[in-house]
Design a protein around this ligand. Sequence first.
Ligand SMILES: [Zn+2]
Length: 174
Amino acid sequence: MTAPARMVRMIGDAEYRDQAEATLLAPGDTSMVFRSRPRSIVMACPDGCGETLVINLDSRADKAWRFDMRGEGLTLFPSVWREGGCESHFIVWRGHILWCDRFEEGNSEPAYNPEIEEAVLSAMDEVHPRNAVEIADAIDELVWDVNRAAGKLVERGLARSWKVNSGWVFVRLI
Ligand SMILES: [Zn+2]
């Protein structure tokens, strides 16, 4: 088995899934199925198992992931988790693949930009807890970026966070 991919390589897009799949050569290679709108992402499983992952982007059909191409590359939210087979579980964030549960020692996050901290803090409320998705929507930033910045604000005592059923929520302390 080859080493797990640490970066997504975007090959391009295609109208149909089999065309997109035919362009994938190495683990982490990714292509988009685009027919008048983004339909799905097909990715050669980045753990090297040889399977192809299909990640739905079309909210009109089934559960859909958020995707974004700003910055250095592809971002998907939430994480990709294959429940059968190899059980790969990873985050795709600005082209980086961040492994969960295994291979984690080689993870490398995208560079941190502290400039969004002010916007993240201002999008938090002092009373009503908000999650990273709500904050990201309010300031048009990536959920993973917001989540990391919010965590740093909590570390510095400017915000507080706790876990609810759907994940972490934040309130501003100042
Ligand atoms: Zn796999």
